[in-house]
Write a protein that binds this ligand. Sequence first.
Ligand SMILES: *Cc1c(COP(=O)(O)O)cnc(C)c1O
Length: 467
Amino acid sequence: MNWDEFAHWGKHIADWAADYHKTIGDLPVRAQTSPGQIAAQLAATAPETGEAMDAIMADFERIVMPGITHWQHPRFFAYFPANAAPPSILAEMLVSTLAVQCMLWQTSPAATEMEGVMVDWLRQAMGLPDHFTGVTQDSASSATLSAVLTMRERATGYTGNREGLSGKGHLRIYCSEQVHSSIDRACWVAGIGQDNLVKIGHGTSGHAFEMDPYELQSRITEDRKAGHTPAGIIAITGGTGIGAWDFLEPIAEIAKAEDLYTHLDAAWAGAAMICPEYRDQFWAGVEHYDSIVFNPHKWLGTQFDCSVQFLADAKPQLNTLKIEPEYLKTSGDAVTNYSEWTIPLGRRFRALKLWFLMRSYGLEELRNRMRNHVRWAQELCEEIRGMEGFEIVTEPILSLFTFRCSGDDAAQQRLVDALNDDGRIYITQGMHEGRKMIRFQAGQFETTREDVMMTKDVIADVWGKLR
Ligand SMILES: *Cc1c(COP(=O)(O)O)cnc(C)c1O
């Protein structure tokens, strides 16, 4: 392909993208294909000679599109949102055109310097004190792994990387039962082990499902008595299942008294902390945390991947991850080389899409969207509460709530599957206190009140047909 053909197809694809988004609401949200159906239509071997772009594009529409689940659909209410606001798509087009690696300052000074400034824009927007710096990562999973590795190294006097862990006894990490599976996996990969991830039960607030600080304290004390080495605590703001959120202040006090490193997983809910009223509600004490992760690639609007890890002090993580072979040395300037802060060396120019997004909308517009999602989810929750045969399982936490229809666990799954086969909305199931429930969250960038409220009618319709 020459660059003139590229320009032609680039315009075509931009037009295609706009049309796709303008008509996306007419498509079924979840792909309606069965396993193997797409693979069967793809050539089994790569072509020996090149094919024309119009043939490739035609096949894209014919073969690929039916197998797409539309995450940008305004009635995508499953999992958490993975938004891609239009200015961030444009930034990604530029990023993929430049295709730079941003591992060192000198491998693209603009990317490194903009990353520092964008992390600071977000720090200010989220009300974090100015001692926090930070770095972008590909995912919250990677940021959490970085934090867990830092806990490990800090607790072993920074000897784990060199000596390995054998003979060092059991390192212990504490979290609630509501954490995301990425925390378990980080403990597996870091050599801590699942059995040394201590899951604390919930306190008595009744609706936050927060980690019980009394149990936390007693487990730490018992572990020390047993000769184990407590290494860190992982708190959450907005767990994946029901949006559970820990009370940050009491956990931070225990961490301080016990000299434990703290990481806060706010992958989803963190975005909403650009609204001061949610900070007051959910984030009292956040300033005491050592590491905080949130994903602009979820609710805020930049598309995947873009996770931000804030660090109160970058040194412990740098002491854990920094490695400087000769070929990566640069001439000793006072510059930041972000690859020293993270596990992968190669890094995308993620800051550009944050810059495009925040400049294009302004923080107030981004806040308004999230406030609307929260308000509409609460309205819908009240509607479902009033429906015959339905009950609310967990009350809305921001824009997430869960409910059940009458019947056993299998009945919940039948309703979820029937709704997703219907295609007008997309939702998923979850487990809460041993029972299956149905999970709803609003957060797609272009969803409207009408989209959210329509959920009630779709549920009533599909439920009626099932019975
Ligand atoms: C989505 C999510 C994660 C994982 O995020 P990735 O960026 O996909 O790794 C972790 N924790 C919570 C609470 C999440 O919502």
